[in-house]
Design a protein around this ligand. Structure first.
Ligand code: ADP
Length: 631
């Protein structure tokens, strides 16, 4: 008998197991759903492999899951005749957590004091949920086409053992997996066949292979009926599927445990045929911003699962979709390489994108409130499409919603345009990293006081799409942080006499500021965009969006250095008036020079930047305060 080998769990697995074992999470029954789900996935994988290697399935072609309740032994077993695992698979799958987002999440959760375990339930913990009810877990498994049987054992502490066995009687089939759980005190509730059947009906009815439950008391032919419907849910007519059944399937296929926000089930018939059953979650998946931006759609061909790793199926900006596509046209033995540049896949993708956007538009028109919930979750992801998918740019902009200066409601671009004063030609926007900072920025004071609306764009993605999108429905996008303001041309209110005339009164100060700040700013000019503040910094018309510049700089991706800004001053401000006066007097020039420096530095701070020279700034500030106290 070969010796058993002791191996350590990856740290995150140990952390997760600790959370599981000590959990007070009440819905322990999810372990049934998770283990059945894994068994069904294992059968799906085998079915796919068997499309090219028929031998693997020949001796035992009826894929199934069996759950055995054994009161005497105080155990419950989950048995499948799916793909099985070899030693390497066992170590990789039941000793580590592959998805980086999940590992990170567990790490954070185990370090946090609050330990909100309902979150664990929300994202599904798969196999490890067994430890919520079991003191000991044993996995006996044989990979399809291989000889050896492997036994994995753990009591949920920091390690597990693996041993080899040649006892073929350990498994009923010549392949597959048997998971035995020795139940803990709390787990004993699950020694009840009726209870297990009820859980299966609730969570796993959609599983497309039959699930049988036995407790050894049935007469010979009694256990031959599966507990579930055992047909792929998307092949059933829509009116025969309940909301709960859709939800169960969504939970299973999407590894999401909320309610779907939108369910889309249809069959496309024509040159190419396929069935779609897709969902949009009502909450944000925790790995929505994973840099890989992978989609989670599963591709089936004629009901056979092919892959859940098909980047060609949907663009990254729709990665929040969950569900399946079942094609009638692709060959069953299609390989991953063949999926790339496959014309059928491209057609499905185009139709899927079009349909998804049009469904979203319908929802926007039919139920604004609900659409806004969707937008708050996934708007920033969808906006990636505005610059990544040129063809869909306009239809995405049509359904996009924005925060804005004039109201606390989200508005669409069409609504913005509708409300524009006649003389306003452009769609004004401002980008930044937080709504609060932006609305308090001096740059938009003039727009505020004149009731001219400005879109407040505070998602990082906004800096990218606005830089690549010149217009919408023939209206230019114009950043209020760039170029000369054209406020006085569109002012809805009566014009101020003074505003119309070119104001030259501040010229002496402007000349002095230009000289003193010549290394720091590109130009100094007066502006009508300021009402309460003395000065602000804006970018040149041709310069990069300042927020985009900031983001690129943070990621060391700015080729040339940060571009110099233009300082705009408010000639009607008390301080500017006083400084203008002082700049004409030789004796007070020094003070104006100090003020110029302070003015420049504080304008940077207001825009969320650091002072260019924090030490000099602080020193000058203290000197100025001291002087004003002493005087
Ligand atoms: P997930 O199912 O989300 O990948 P799990 O922790 O539930 O995570 O399972 C980890 C992996 O272990 C699975 O991806 C699969 O490769 C493997 N596995 C689990 N159960 C089985 C089974 N019954 N048969 C074959 N492989 C399995």
């Amino acid at each position: 008998m070969p010796k058993s080998e002791k191996l350590e769990f990856q740290t995150e697995v140990s952390q997760l197991l600790k959370l599981m074992i000590n959990s007070v999470y009440s819905e322990k029954e999810v372990f049934v759903r998770e283990l059945v789900s894994n068994a069904s996935d294992a059968c799906d994988k085998l079915r796919y492999l068997a499309t090219t290697k028929e031998k693997l399935i020949q001796d035992d072609p009826d894929l199934k899951v069996k759950i055995q309740v054994n009161k005497k032994a105080n155990s419950i077993s989950f048995i499948d005749n799916g793909i099985g695992m070899n030693k390497k698979d066992l170590i990789a799958n039941l000793g580590t957590i592959a998805r980086s987002g999940t590992a990170q999440f567990i790490k954070e959760m185990s370090e946090s004091k609050t330990k909100d375990l309902s979150l664990i339930g929300q994202f599904g913990v798969g196999f490890y949920s067994a430890f919520m009810v079991a003191t000991d877990t044993q996995v006996t498994t044989r990979k399809a086409g291989e000889n050896k049987i492997w036994i994995w054992k753990s009591d949920g502490e920091s390690n597990f053992t693996i041993e080899e066995s040649d006892d073929l009687d350990l498994l009923e089939s010549n392949r597959g997996t048997k998971i035995d759980l020795i139940l803990s005190k709390e787990g004993k509730d699950y020694l009840d066949k009726i209870k297990i059947e009820d859980i299966i009906r609730r969570y796993s009815d959609h599983i497309s292979i039959p699930i049988f439950v036995t407790d050894g008391t049935e007469k010979k032919d009694e256990s031959s009926e599966p507990v579930n419907s055992a047909s792929a849910i998307w092949t059933r007519p829509k009116n025969k599927i309940t909301k709960e059944q859709y939800k169960e399937f969504y939970n299973h296929v999407g590894q999401m445990f909320d309610d779907p926000w939108m369910t889309s089930h249809y069959k496309a018939e024509g040159k190419i045929e396929y069935t779609v059953l897709n969902f949009i979650p009502s909450t944000k998946p925790f790995d929505l911003y994973d840099p890989a931006r992978e989609n989670r759609l599963k591709l089936y061909v004629k009901k056979v699962f092919i892959t859940d790793n098909c980047p060609e199926l949907i663009p990254p900006y729709l990665r929040f979709l969950r569900g399946i596509i079942d094609s009638e046209d692709l060959p069953l033995n299609i390989s991953r390489e063949m999926l790339q540049n496959n014309p059928v896949v491209t057609k499905i993708r185009n139709a899927l994108v079009k349909r998804t956007i049009s469904d979203l538009k319908k929802k926007l028109l039919a139920d604004r409130k609900s659409f806004e919930e969707f937008w708050n979750n996934f708007g920033p992801v969808l906006k990636e499409g505005i610059y990544e998918d040129f063809e869909r740019k306009d239809s995405l902009l049509e359904i996009a919603l924005f925060k804005n200066l004039n109201s606390d409601k989200l508005i669409s671009l069409d609504e913005y345009i509708e409300a524009m004063p006649k003389k306003q030609k452009s769609i004004y926007f401002i980008t930044g990293d937080s709504y609060q900072n932006i609305v308090n920025s001096p740059i938009i004071e003039g727009y505020k006081s004149r009731n001219i609306d400005v879109l407040i764009l505070d998602d990082p993605v906004d800096s990218f799409w606005t830089s690549a999108t010149p217009n919408y429905k023939e209206k230019d996008f114009k950043s209020v942080t760039r170029g000369v303001d054209d406020l006085s041309n569109i002012d809805g209110k009566k014009k101020d006499e003074k505003e119309n005339k070119e104001d030259k009164s501040a010229d002496p100060l402007i000349n002095l500021l230009k000289e003193k700040l010549k290394d720091k700013v590109k130009d100094v000019r007066t502006s009508s965009r300021l009402t309460d503040s003395p000065a602000c910094l804006v970018s040149d018309e041709s310069a990069m969006d300042p927020q985009l510049e900031k983001i690129l700089q943070q990621h060391n991706q700015l080729q040339q250095g940060v571009s110099l800004k233009i300082m705009e001053i408010n000639p009607n401000h008390k301080l500017i008036k006083a400084l203008t006066k002082m700049s004409k007097n030789k004796d007070s020039i020094n003070k104006v020079e100090d003020a110029a420096f302070l003015l420049y530095e504080q304008s940077r701070i207001v825009e969320g930047d650091k002072p260019s020279d924090p030490i000099a700034f602080s020193k000058k500030l203290i000197e100025t305060i001291s002087a004003s106290i002493n005087s």
